[in-house]
Design a binder for this molecule. Structure first.
Ligand code: ZN
Length: 333
């Protein structure tokens, strides 16, 4: 009986030992698998570069951001490609602008929203802060990023969407968002300073399409576009003739081209004014609906705003450093 009981205990000990061995063999793998699950970056697909910049800066190491629209891409006309669709299908979170900016993608994005988290971040803005659309009474002007203080509210919406998708990283997202919002306030304050140096009569911005209404409201500029708010509408000869008269009558010295819009109509203005004896220069290229190249300072949202503020104020007789707020703009921009 004694021997039997010892044998029994041995058997139990042996079984327990085997179990421990088995656990020891299993556990590290399981822990690793769980850890990599938690550390796997949140896969975020966004439409515009401006949203991508916010998502990357707020998300840091916790996110992997893919922007569908790169430098020089016109969001009004962009339609999702097959690889975009595949990326969105795999993503944990899709962020788009909304307010009918992505006119050709809206139907697709709304359908996708029934199956996964899809957030139109600019639609978080209260209606009373939005400007009515130039062409459509029932729509609003989507170009809200042109006012960095208004855009800051959209940045908050990006942070909220990231927190909802990965709540355990909330603290990091909030710390990163605060730092990014501080940078946006710095570039907004720089814009205030350089635009205040532009003579009041020269505060007229003439561009190819109406992307600058929010800029105009924020900085007290009159904004005149050749095309409607969407780049899809035809630039009427009538509109060009009207603008030529304004340029000549008010002695406006510069008009601006945009990185994402053809400059054909802007050249028509310059020729029209020249025929009436008034010289108008191209004040520079502005980033309107897309940022500069990825990797460049102008390819970030603060860099885009710094570039526009610097170029506009210098061309219209204001006082701004050639290389911008912090000397980071490309030479000759
Ligand atoms: Zn636009």
């Amino acid at each position: 009986m004694r021997t039997g009981s010892i044998n029994g205990l041995r058997r139990i000990a042996l079984a327990a030992g085997l179990m421990l061995l088995a656990l020891a063999a299993l556990a590290p793998g399981q822990v690793r698998a769980e850890a990599s699950q938690a550390a796997r970056p949140l896969s975020v697909v966004v439409t515009t570069g401006m949203i991508a910049d916010a998502a990357r800066r707020i998300g840091g190491d916790h996110v992997e951001v893919r922007a569908l629209m790169g430098a020089g891409v016109d969001p009004h006309a962009y339609r999702q490609t097959r690889s975009d669709i595949a990326a969105m299908a795999r993503a944990d979170l899709v962020l788009w602008h909304g307010l009918y900016l992505e006119a050709q993608m809206e139907g697709f994005l709304k359908e996708l929203g029934a199956r996964k988290p899809v957030v139109a971040v600019a639609e978080s803005l209260p209606r009373e802060l939005l400007i009515s659309h130039f062409d459509y009474a029932d729509k609003v002007d989507p170009h809200v990023w042109m006012d960095p203080r208004l855009w800051s509210r959209v940045v908050e919406a990006v942070r909220e969407a990231l927190v909802a998708a990965r709540p355990e990283a909330e603290k990091a997202f909030s710390v990163n968002a605060e730092a990014y919002l501080d940078e946006l306030e710095q570039v907004a304050a720089y814009s205030d300073t350089v635009f205040a140096s532009v003579p009041e009569t020269a505060r007229v911005l003439v561009t190819a399409h109406d992307a600058f209404s929010y800029f105009g409201r924020a900085q007290g500029f009159e904004v005149l576009g050749i095309q409607g708010i969407s780049t899809q509408s035809e630039a009427g000869l009538q509109r060009v003739a009207e603008l030529v008269d304004i340029l000549v009558d008010r002695r406006i010295r510069a008009v601006f081209v945009e990185s994402s819009v053809s400059d054909r109509s802007i050249r028509a203005l310059i020729e029209g004014a020249a025929a009436k004896g008034h010289t108008v220069a191209i004040g520079g290229e502005l980033f309107s609906d897309a940022m500069g190249p990825e990797g460049a300072y102008e390819g970030t949202y603060p860099g885009m705003i710094d570039h526009n503020a610097t170029v506009i104020s210098r061309a219209l007789g204001g006082d701004a450093p050639e290389r911008g707020m912090a000397g980071r703009l490309a030479a000759g921009s």
